[in-house]
Design a protein around this ligand. Structure first.
Ligand code: F0G
Length: 475
């Protein structure tokens, strides 16, 4: 019926051949020019943007590693799907296609399309949350936390102990700490706990994977205490690759089978489709429970759109349905994970402290260690982000005290646990030579590592301050 099915011919895997250089398993059909600017130009652009990379113009960026969200390149199959999108208000063919793909992947019956992940979060967490409610997670992503705190609830992160040592190797540093989960359940009691949210892969904790064993243990605890388990799985395909490679008993299973097995453990699935959905916009909220789905649908209709398109056009849904199939292609996933690791491993060889092992979608640099002389309240991560832009036109994001810092009653910064910088890799966008260029720029960064001063914040909003805050260099 669908174009994707017609042209999906069996092709021998490049993984079965002897691999030397890691090659992109696609060729380029359309190009988008990049602009190379001077350091003086970039200095002026930074000043204009209040030293916040989110406020830079993309035209002034050479290599954009700000996010892997909505920045990927779609395939020819997806573009063909765009042309076939059914734009009917209700019951569109493209909706049926998407619904079937998502039901098959998640094992959940009720599928709600949203314009992106945070819209799904807002709908679900405003229904489950409220004052006095607690959400517990391996690590809440920043929009997840913001949506939870916005409705007066508390968000508690309990990532596993292995994650605290950013440089040591462990297979599944994205896991939740099961002992802490048990003790929080005892402390707060079933009625106060709105949900346990498993973020897969664990974005804010280095993009590290979560094991099937950990997920099954969480399911068991949730069953014992009657708790709801939500899977925030926008990078579920990448997580499945790691389970296949690292967890005993999964080497023979396909990435799709592993994803299905994991998602089936949840009561609800939230997905920002802008990641492993391989599209530029879109989100999903998927549920097992009918009565909860009815409440969610009522909110969906008020704020997103009718239940068979939510926040999306027919063509968006068609491209997403195809993307959710393509993302599990074994050559693609191998290239995806290995090419991210290539950047991280080469940085480590250069002596740059990176979160280890390298996660799925991004390389995280330990800025506190790299810029050891910059005090934490002068945001070493922000200093590194600025230096990378200045030296190489590379844009990335601080994941430290700018993003997660709080103030105490005296107005003093309570810093985040780590001061990281994330270099997120858009899907199917940059080639190895782009990444080699990024590696070259780090030679300049190493010359700056004795930097003593960082940045101060001159403006900040009450929520998600990293998006719009302004900074000034500390003199
Ligand atoms: N959950 C996780 C784990 C995410 O990484 C994101 C977005 C969201 C939810 C929200 O989804 O952006 O579609 O509303 N992460 C992006 C990032 C923004 O850069 O990591 P959204």
């Amino acid at each position: 019926m669908y174009l994707c099915a017609k042209i999906n011919l069996p092709i021998p895997s490049i993984m079965s051949q002897k691999m030397r250089t890691l090659t992109e398993p696609f060729k380029i059909k359309m190009v988008e020019p990049l602009r190379i600017t001077s350091e003086a130009y970039r200095q002026a652009a930074l000043e204009k943007a209040g030293y916040n990379p989110f406020l830079l113009r993309s035209n002034d960026v050479f290599i954009d590693l700000l996010t892997d969200s909505g920045t990927g390149a779609m395939s020819d199959r997806q573009w063909a799907g765009i042309m076939m999108g059914d734009e009917s208000y209700a019951g569109a063919r493209s909706w049926e296609h998407l619904e079937a793909v998502v039901q098959n992947l998640t094992g959940m019956q009720y599928v709600l399309p949203t314009h992106q992940g945070r819209a799904a979060e807002r709908i679900l967490y405003s229904i489950l949350g409220g004052k006095g409610k607690v959400f517990i997670s391996n690590t809440h992503f920043d929009t997840t936390r913001a949506n939870i705190e916005y409705v007066g609830s508390e968000a508690i992160d309990i990532v596993c102990k292995e994650a605290c040592d950013v440089e040591s190797y462990a297979d599944f540093k994205g896991n939740i700490d099961l002992e802490k989960l048990e003790s929080l359940v005892t402390q707060y009691g079933k009625d106060s706990i709105a949900a346990v949210i498993m973020t897969v892969t664990n974005n804010s904790s280095g993009g590290q994977p979560v094991s099937m064993q950990n997920m099954k243990a969480v399911r068991k605890i949730c069953d014992q205490h009657g708790l709801l388990m939500v899977i925030d799985g926008c990078r579920i395909a990448e997580n499945s690759y790691f389970v296949n490679q690292r967890e005993e008993g999964f080497a023979h299973k396909s990435y799709q089978e592993i994803a299905r097995e994991m998602l089936n453990l949840g009561d609800a699935f939230i997905m920002s489709a802008k990641k492993d959905g391989m599209v530029n916009i879109g989100g999903l909220l998927t549920l097992k429970d009918e009565s909860l789905s009815v409440k969610c649908k009522n909110l969906l209709i008020i704020s997103e759109g009718f239940t068979t398109y939510g926040g999306l056009s027919g063509r968006d849904m068609e491209a997403l349905a195809i993307g959710l199939d393509e993302v599990f292609d074994k050559d693609y996933l191998h290239y995806r994970i290995r090419s991210t690791a290539y950047l991280g491993e080469k940085l480590k060889e250069k002596g740059i402290p990176v979160v280890w092992p390298i996660g799925g979608h991004a390389v995280y640099i330990d800025a506190k260690k790299l810029y050891a002389n910059v005090p934490v309240d002068e945001y070493p991560g922000q200093a590194l982000v600025i230096d990378l832009y200045l030296k190489g036109g590379i844009r990335c994001v601080e994941v430290g005290s700018v993003m997660f810092g709080k103030y105490n009653d005296q107005g003093k910064l309570v810093p985040a646990v780590n001061e990281l910088v994330r270099m997120a890799i858009p899907r199917r966008v940059y080639t190895q030579s782009h990444i080699d260029y990024v590696l070259d720029i780090f030679d300049d960064i190493l010359e700056l590592k004795n930097r003593k001063k960082g940045f101060k914040i001159t403006y900040e909003p009450p929520f998600l301050r990293h998006f719009t805050a302004h900074f000034q260099p500390v003199n």
